[in-house]
Design a protein around this ligand. Structure first.
Ligand SMILES: Cc1cc2nc3c(=O)[nH]c(=O)nc-3n(C[C@H](O)[C@H](O)[C@H](O)COP(=O)(O)OP(=O)(O)OC[C@H]3O[C@@H](n4cnc5c(N)ncnc54)[C@H](O)[C@@H]3O)c2cc1C
Length: 408
């Protein structure tokens, strides 16, 4: 059999099939394997999410999550962790159930997968770009590379999505699938930073905020919200809660304007925040307003908030009126920005959309349209939040597809 794509899903599929005795060829267009794995988790590779209950795990993937019940039952986060630990990779679980190698090195993950394939005799072709797939009846007869062809019995397409195309994922699998009769759910960047038009955002470039709440609004209604960490960039906002909201924001942008509202003090009610400000104002009663916010806000944020508050920065703190203080409370609970778009595929962590799941058997990853074809990984219409969920799809679908492709 042949596996196309030497990323997370492809290496797992090839290794597993070979382990079960199949003769396997893995075809990768890059000169190295796992180029995307190398940059996951900022080079530390958030390899899995330590969620061992099936229901909450699949729910994290939204409406398509139910497709994953069977594969997670066979090879879920627990089995993934055991797989890597048995092969010598020590793991640790960090905040939010994020599992990383103790070494903090994504390269250790790649090394284990390459060894898994080598030990089981997978033949690896690097610098080998698949150009097309040739059909004969309802089967793929040949895989066409630039200088040669391969005629495998079964094929597993693991070419990933369209995001970070520099790593090799350029959406080739989508084109082939469509040509062979599969339907595609349109691909769009997901887990992606957001462009913001408001000019003050640029002043905050590099500022990272913890324990804040960001909400997306449309037509006067709150559509979604996230609590955690975010970051201001030169074009807008990024960081975990922004990435996780980006899918919803992308959908909302299709139908109109999206307002983002940032609560800088979500743990405090308006009343608690007002009391807190009063305490600070008392402490700094002989100072100017601009020097009385140091305990409340990060330094970079202060001038932006002062400007937005409309309160003169040169005003003595004890001269700030009750109304002005109330307005400040409102502002800290609702810093508003207008989302002007998503950053493109170049900077998206994953691609949402892909091969329509209705046309793939959830127990085996086998195509319901082409007799000797399987899919695994991001090429499928599956994507999850940050936290190890996306690599988990690759490991689980790769393992199951590799196993199933041996058995016909
Ligand atoms: C910056 C970044 C950080 C991330 N961090 C995390 C994280 O910490 N945790 C997490 O769970 N997920 C993370 N992800 C997402 C995760 O990396 C992907 O979901 C996962 O790698 C998808 O695996 P895949 O095997 O399906 O596809 P890919 O890893 O994209 O692999 C596809 C492979 O197919 C090859 N290929 C494509 N076309 C052809 C062709 N025509 N011929 C031959 N070969 C071809 C490509 O070169 C590539 O090697 C991150 C993604 C990015 C971009």
């Amino acid at each position: 059999m042949a596996v196309i794509g030497g990323g997370a899903a492809g290496m797992m599929a090839a290794g597993r099939a070979a382990e079960l005795g199949a003769r396997v060829v893995l075809v990768e267009k890059n000169s190295s394997l796992g180029k995307k794995i190398a940059i996951t988790g900022k080079g530390r590779c958030n390899i899995a999410q330590a969620e061992f209950e099936l229901r909450p795990l699949v729910e994290a993937y939204g409406k398509n999550g139910k497709f994953l019940f069977s594969v997670f039952n066979i090879f879920g986060p627990k089995q993934t962790m055991v797989f890597f630990e048995d092969r010598g990779l020590k793991l640790k679980t960090e905040r939010g159930g994020r599992v990383f190698p103790v070494s903090d090195s994504a390269h250790d993950v790649i090394d284990i997968l390459v060894k898994y394939m080598r030990d089981n005799g997978v033949k690896i072709f690097r610098n080998a770009e698949v150009v097309s797939l040739e059909m004969e009846g309802d089967k793929i007869s040949e895989i066409v590379l630039k200088d040669e062809t391969i005629a495998p019995k079964n094929i597993v397409i693991c070419t990933g999505g369209k995001s970070y195309p520099g790593t090799g994922s350029t959406g080739d699998g989508y084109k082939w699938a469509e040509k062979m009769g599969h339907t595609l759910v349109p691909a769009r960047p997901a887990l992606v930073p957001i462009r913001v038009g408001d000019s003050w955002v640029k002043q905050l470039q590099g500022l990272s905020l913890k324990n804040v709440e960001l909400s997306a609004w449309q037509g006067g209604k709150k559509k979604d919200t996230r609590f955690g960490e975010m970051l201001f960039t030169h074009f807008g906002i990024s960081g975990p809660i922004v990435l996780d909201l980006s899918r919803k924001i992308g959908e909302l942008l299709d139908s109109g304007e999206v307002l983002l509202s940032l609560d800088l003090k979500p743990a405090l009610t308006d009343k608690m925040l007002d009391e807190r400000i009063q305490r600070d104002f008392k402490k700094y009663q002989n100072k100017l307003f601009k020097n009385a916010l140091d305990d409340l806000l990060p330094q970079k944020m202060i001038s932006v908030i002062i400007e937005k508050s409309g309160i003169s920065s040169e005003k003595q703190v004890n001269e700030v009126t009750r109304e002005e203080r109330k307005h400040l409370v409102d502002l800290l609970k609702k810093v508003e920005m207008k989302a002007s778009g998503l950053v493109g595929f170049e900077n998206a962590i994953v691609t949402s959309g892909g091969v329509n799941l209705k046309e793939v058997d959830p127990k085996t990853m086998k195509s319901k349209i082409i007799d000797n074809l399987y899919f695994a990984g991001e090429v499928l219409d599956l994507d999850g939040p940050t936290g190890g969920y996306n690599l988990q799809v690759a490991w689980s679908t790769g393992f199951v597809a590799g196993e199933a492709a041996v058995n016909i």
